[in-house]
Design a protein around this ligand. Sequence first.
Ligand SMILES: *Cc1c(COP(=O)(O)O)cnc(C)c1O
Length: 377
Amino acid sequence: MYIPYGRQSIDEDDIQAVIEVLKSDFLTTGPKIEEFEKAVADYVGAKYAVAISNGTAALHAACYAAGIGVGDEVITTPITFVASSNSVLYCGGTPVFADINPDTYNIDPNEIRKKITSKTKAIIAVHYTGQPCDMNEIHKIAKEHNLIVIEDAAHALGADYKGKKIGSISDMTTFSFHPVKHITTGEGGMITTNSKEFYDSLILFRSHGITRDTNRMTHNEGDWYYEQLELGYNYRMTDIQCALGINQIKKLDNFIERRKKLVENYNNAFKELDNIIIPFQKDECHNSWHLYVIQVQNIDRKHVFDRLREKGIGVNVHYIPVYKQPYYLKNGYDKECCHNAEEFYSKAISLPLYSDLTDEQQSYVIKQVIDCVQGVK
Ligand SMILES: *Cc1c(COP(=O)(O)O)cnc(C)c1O
């Protein structure tokens, strides 16, 4: 038996939805794209949604639409997947890492303030594990310094911030539908926004910068005619993927309910143990629980990690602070730039969390974790 840290949940309806598209006229850029976009926009309460090939492309597109270029600085967290800051590099900009809050593990607004310069153009807030960042403070800082706010919500589909769904409150919010995330399309991503201007820019960027919209073209030479207005990419999502997404999002609230229940079970099992710190929970926000991350203290993390892996439990570590990656070090980043991120990284372990995880599997994980932290010196 091997229990991964995350995995997809696919049922017969999902499979049928994909088969139907395979028998239809369109495999890509057909009716399922807009249908999925509308489903996500409606779910999060945003005006617009743009389907895109993956969560990384979504971040790239958002940075592009934000106008990030050479000489621009973008502040983000080091406790994230490398894509959050790589997207800034794709556009020629410079990621700047601000330390995390040691309780929430999210970017600390006070640390953002310290990193602002005349070159700062945007903030990329990452809702780590699905726990919303302190968005009121982040929006306040952005307003004071005229910055664009992008939320990397790859972990946070279905989370809400003070009564509003993540995806509805900032300039742009990006999502990923990789199989470990809340819902999956295999590979896939989405950007949500309330701005027509960002929306238009994202649509162009997704498909080579090409338009057939006569309102946007410089002139029209006939029905064959199109124009490339910007330098875009082929970042399109397929109808096959979107059909899966449309069916998956119907089950999202159930998936989140199950994740919450599993988190409750973990918390109850671990909260009395001295050498485990359970995750932070804030009442005014609803974490959608992409990851369940504990910190182990007074005990060697690697030892615990290796023992659990030996027991068939696919524990993981999210994340190695991005500035420590050789590519970033080579480009001049300080390998210990953020103290709280270092502390957190040295203790963190992600335990299995996904909606198909059974009670029996979870009990096994809990027993192994307890045996391990109590048995090892
Ligand atoms: C998964 C993830 C991404 C990238 O999404 P892909 O769809 O894999 O490209 C970006 N940021 C964070 C925080 C993620 O967890």
